[in-house]
Design a protein. Structure first.
Length: 254
């Protein structure tokens, strides 16, 4: 076992410590935010940063020192995914695609000898969410993203058909909502805010999540706030029950 830049690794350079920090944000055009990304990942000590609505062409270079960059570019439809992962993080990509309807990336991570599947989505507000769009995440431990799906159960101000589809899917497949009541989308012109960026954990995997919180949208100049999750290996001692901001009554749909 070796120590590299303060991170515990095995002989293959894979992270073996028991906690990693990931962030998801709908950034609404990444090119003009590149100068902010470096300081953002350092400030929050991120291991994984997932960006949707990147809107960047394949000819544009994007990089962060110490990170691998995985991307799927689709600027013609205001879509695209950029994912930064620390160089010595052990992972594989199970799915990565963008379409006119939704974007998706599924990562399989190894943390403290535990395999963890994470799926991130962006769903266009111009379409109604269908369960068929979510089936790719059925094997995931954690699902997160901007679903453009409103539901009172999520803490939203109103319900939408997409919100009811998402709620039914998560309930039927035993996922719990991680969000508190903090808004994640802000429209300053209309003085409006809403919870559009959501995170869920499968009930059987609840001990993988140490904490969840919503960040400051001004840090990356987006109308969406970043959402953060700390993930631990199953040998970790923390659980969701230790954190009062997790609303189990709201999440525990029956």
């Amino acid at each position: 076992m070796t120590i590299e830049e303060g991170i515990e690794t095995d002989d293959f350079g894979h992270i073996t410590h028991e906690c990693l920090k990931l962030c998801y944000i709908n950034i609404c055009y990444v090119v003009n935010k590149r100068c902010l990304l470096e300081s953002f990942v350092r400030k929050h000590d991120l291991d994984i940063l997932i960006i949707t609505e990147s809107r960047v062409s394949s000819a544009t270079a994007i990089s962060l020192m110490g990170f691998q960059c995985i991307r799927f570019d689709m600027p013609e439809s205001n879509a695209g995914i950029v994912c930064f992962l620390k160089n010595n993080l052990s992972f594989k990509i199970n799915k990565l695609y963008c379409s006119q309807r939704h974007d998706c990336i599924e990562l399989e991570l190894t943390l403290a000898n535990q395999r963890i599947r994470l799926t991130a989505f962006y769903v266009s507000p111009s379409v109604i969410l269908e369960e068929l769009q979510l089936v790719d995440a059925l094997d995931s431990d954690i699902i997160l993203g901007d679903f453009n799906a409103k539901n009172l159960k999520f803490g939203c101000r109103s319900d939408s058909l997409s919100g009811r589809v998402l709620s039914n899917f998560m309930s039927a497949n035993n996922f719990l909502l991680l969000n508190d009541n903090s808004p994640t989308y802000f429209n300053s012109y209309y003085d409006y805010s809403e919870i559009l960026d959501l995170a869920f954990v499968r009930r059987r995997s609840v001990d993988l999540v140490r904490s969840f919180w919503v960040g400051d949208p001004d840090e990356l100049g987006s109308d969406h706030a970043p959402i953060f999750i700390e993930v631990v290996g199953r040998s970790g001692t923390s659980s969701l029950a230790e954190y009062s901001h997790f609303n189990f009554q709201k999440a525990d749909w029956k």
